[in-house]
Write a protein that binds this ligand. Sequence first.
Ligand code: AMP
Length: 547
Amino acid sequence: MAGSVATIMDYPLTLNHLLGRMKDVYPTQEVVSQRPDKSVLRQTYAETCDRAEKLARALVKAGVKKGDRVATLAWNHSAHLECYYGIPAAGGVMHTLNLRLGPADIGYIATHADDRIVIVDDVLLPLYEQFRDRMPAHRTVVIPFGGPVPDGMESYEDFLETGDADIALPEIDETDGCAMCYTSGTTGDPKGVIYSHRGMVLHSMVGAQPDMLNFSMNDCILPVVPMFHANAWGIPYAATMTGAKLVFPGPHLDADSLIAQFIEEKVTFSGGVPTVWLGIIQTIEKDPAKYEALRGLRTVVGGSAAPPAVIRRFQDFGITVLHAWGMTEMSPLGTVANVKPHLATQGEEIYFDYRSKQGYAAPFVDLRHRDGDGNILPWDGESMGELEVRGPWIASSYFNYPEADDRWSDDGWFRTGDIVTMDSEGYVQITDRSKDVIKSGGEWISSVDLENAIMGHPAVKEAAVIALPHTKWDERPLACIVLKDGESLTKAELDRHLSIDFAKWQLPDDLVMIEEVPKTSTGKFQKLTLRNRFADWQWGADRRMAG
Ligand code: AMP
């Protein structure tokens, strides 16, 4: 028996290793941050590492014990990166508060997480003041960008200075918690997930791989995805692990500011939700010659479905869009849609089909999909069922949530709530959230497929398709459309456009023009709002489904 025991060191997979490596291997690499006043802060990896270690010591001195939650309420910048490493190095769990939520929700989440210290950007103090009183006793550390630090709070810079070199940092075990996020909670209370050091290290190693996000020390990486949402998809950790230059946009997330930073800093890789990229491609297309320098940029798009038409428009311009799928409960990376070589050479149509899918599983992520009766479905590209996942960075429960939860199956898989098909090449395609799928006459219609096709119409800026009750068919699709400026679209024109790819019974019964598609704090279409808004919709008599 003894002969089969491995003779390899039991070396813990912790973020501390990645932090030390930043200074040891890439000391001069840059971290560039845009401040709220648009001035630029440049610091090296070595400086970032020193400051993160000071923060860790200051937190230990302030009484942070292993497992204590330390919150951040901050935009993307280098001090937030210091928190990404410094809080876990102190044994703490970095809890990134989502500043796009309403104050009542943030207050609920911070209270539920029992955050002991809050590190907050000075520009976000007005938001913080709206929920501060709801939280249990805690300390406030303010990252100063020019404003005064209010009484009763302390400056981040002064706080760092308390982190004397002789303060011992705790031993970190790879199964210790390092960070936590709450789900965006479109239904029910938001729920927290605590990530482990081991999970984060493995997630970074896998995420950086060539056939995943493909990071290297030659890259300059700008995460648009907020550091308060699902670890900014793991980009800060994976980027620093590979020694890439990091660029942070601060609060300036409009297309013009982002493009200016892409060009100025020679960004090679970026990532964000589809809405961000929609704005960017619209800007580029107005004057392509002006944005030549952006050719060659790679970007990962996820959080909600990247419309195929947008992927193509970027590709036409010379920017590669990599579609990826994940969830807060998954740290978040699950699948990435690089196109395998033998599929990339079968013509444009097939190439873009694969680019538009959500992609194949990351190494160490197991996938399966099951129908409503619990049967495991074949990977035939057609059978639709709920996607379930397993893996070393996937949550096994919610934090402090004693109620039984049906998100985990009896054999330990996590039920994602996404309805998918899987094909024989291992590519997942999301057809809907389980609550958004349109159930018409016993058949399912994919609202996502319809949206993608509608957004491919030249007159359409954005579109969401929702299920509304129907006396005969149970539910039928209503297309809610945002037109581009000066454009128009009739039902007959839309039908003509859609009838290439859809059967007649799958076409929306009606369309309605709206000013914008309501979105959640993380940029997902908030279809519940639209379903409520149009709950009393009267299907047009002349537009009823045939048959
Ligand atoms: P969150 O936990 O807030 O990141 O939300 C996770 C959910 O976002 C997933 O379960 C999907 O419904 C959706 N999502 C994420 N990425 C994609 C994608 N590439 N395409 C379609 N839906 C996505």
